[in-house]
Design a binder for this molecule. Structure first.
Ligand code: FES
Length: 92
């Protein structure tokens, strides 16, 4: 475990080379952070691909259900009062 992870109580808050990260924002979206050279595809139930912004290193996915542009977060979680403070179990 890195020094940074130890400081975060065993949790990693920094990017890991070659690894996409899904960051669970407290009371907010799932933010998918992509390392350079890694693409993300978001597919609907019928197999069609959502258009993603070009060149953005991160995409925020709604998990509150209130977004008007699902599956993406549009900030509506703030007005909806969505609350979630889920935390991953600490590794011993
Ligand atoms: S998480 Fe942001 S609108 Fe749902």
């Amino acid at each position: 475990m890195s020094e940074h992870e130890q400081a975060a109580g065993g949790r990693s808050s920094h990017a890991v080379p070659g690894c996409a990260t899904i960051r669970c924002r407290q009371d907010g979206p799932l933010v998918v952070e992509l390392p350079e050279g890694i693409r993300l595809r978001v597919i609907d139930p019928l197999g069609a691909e959502f258009r993603l912004p070009d060149g953005k290193p991160a995409v925020a996915l709604c998990r509150c259900g209130a977004s008007g542009s699902k599956p993406f977060c549009d900030g509506s979680h703030r007005a909806s009062g969505f609350r979630d403070a889920s935390a991953a179990p600490r590794q011993g």
